[in-house]
Design a protein around this ligand. Sequence first.
Ligand SMILES: C[C@](O)(C(=O)O)[C@H](CC(=O)O)C(=O)O
Length: 532
Amino acid sequence: MPKLDISLQEEQKSFEVEVAAIEKQWAAPRQSHLKRPYNARTIAALRNSIPAPSAASSTQGVKLWNQLRTHNENGTCELTFGTTDPVAVSQMAKHQQTVYVSGALCGFSEVALPGMDHADYPWDTVPKVVTKIFKSQLWHDQRQRQFRLRHSVEEREGLENWDYLAPIVADGDMGFGSLTSTMKMAREFVEAGVAMIHIDDLAIGMKKFTIGQGRTIVPTSEYLDRLTAVRMQFDIMGSETLLLCRCDTDHSEFITSVVDERDHEYVLGATKKVGPLQKHLKDAQAEGKDLKAARNEWMESAGLKTFDEAVEAVASKEELEAYTAELSKQKFTSLSTRREIAAKTVKQDVFFDWELPRSSMGQYLFKSCVKAAVERAVAAAPLGDVTWARMDSPVWKDLVEFHTEVRKVFPDRLFAFGYTGDYDFAKAGFSEEKVKTFHLDLAKMGVVWQVQPIWSLQGLNLVTEQFGKLWAEEGIAGYLRAVQGPALSTKPMTDGFEKLSYCGGYLADAFFETVAGESITERGRALDFKRH
Ligand SMILES: C[C@](O)(C(=O)O)[C@H](CC(=O)O)C(=O)O
């Protein structure tokens, strides 16, 4: 094998040049808000000796960044939706600035074995869909450009000119494994041309949106490690790709471990001297009792509380004040320190055991609240560009609290928000008027990117069902009335077979012409002009 033809001095010099370039990129306005736990020298040494294929992702990332910053300045927002279909994406170009590739949708329509969104599909499923979508965008961009440029400058004035290259935002779920799988996934996304990916704090295999029970988050430290792994991979590739820090802390019921003291405030323990939950369940099983009922019975008997609530339950007013005053001297306090403070400030013994309620898989019970989500979002913010606290329902008070509190620490923070298909706005107390301005009210708090992630599931299902009925009942007459007619007469025209432009006929002709000369397509075009 030939050796690299480079002297030691040249090698060192090119390394120093690379380090300087990285430092310059990190200091530029696009990235200056990011704080890494590593330095440019470490990253430069982790790079290949030729540039990584990240140009498209960088271009799209910067484009998205500028779009979002502009929305932020104007108090407006981008409203997009999720799809995995290139045809749908081509129409989105007319009304949306961005495209969302949803993991849930990929899990329904892009895998051999579909299923409910438990993020249980292979780790490269979503990156592959991004590849498909981005290539389709490039194709539309190319065929539109070629179509336009075969016309004179004057003629072009009246031709469509859409921005087909809408930045793609994609679902990276929880990173799909350890640090190296998270890095591989991030790399595939960048190579696919993604503009932004989101990474959440759910435990692997613990995304449960069906029965609700059992949604589990990882410790703050593990969440930050995931985000750092993605950031590092972006840096190794020198890409400008955006990282959206999503946290699913809202309504999570468990946490996998108590290794990080930042989470201790929210872990629930038994405050009554009961036996362990697992033993109670085993006994119930042996006796043939209903396990769900047995679990509920145990939960009620255990007096579940956080440590602070346990203190509050036994302390006098003065003792509680002394406890709280001592506690507020530091930002995060571990359980053992909390115990020490309680021992000093509260006369009565505080019984609290977070081991007793642990699940059969070892999870601890977690009491989710907006404050916990805010703390995670604040800890994560320096690693990413945008923040999203996924919420199960649109509780306006919580939304205001979350975004206001994060902005107290990061005044320019950009946020994302996801509308799930079954949000019950009426139940959440919204009037019709308030729903109408909901997205704009959110935008005023910096929520500049808003997505209906699963439109393809709810919307496309609905449209397909309606069309299926019409077609079965009315045949071609129904088709002409409800589909072909409006598609051909809508202005701007819904792409379909418009002058062979949308379907790429002229682009294919251009390839033939370039290779074999004009004559090869003459007959075909003559026929085409007759048709239109
Ligand atoms: C955004 C999401 O991650 C997705 O996969 O599309 C889902 C969507 C949903 O459940 O509506 C999520 O919010 O977790």
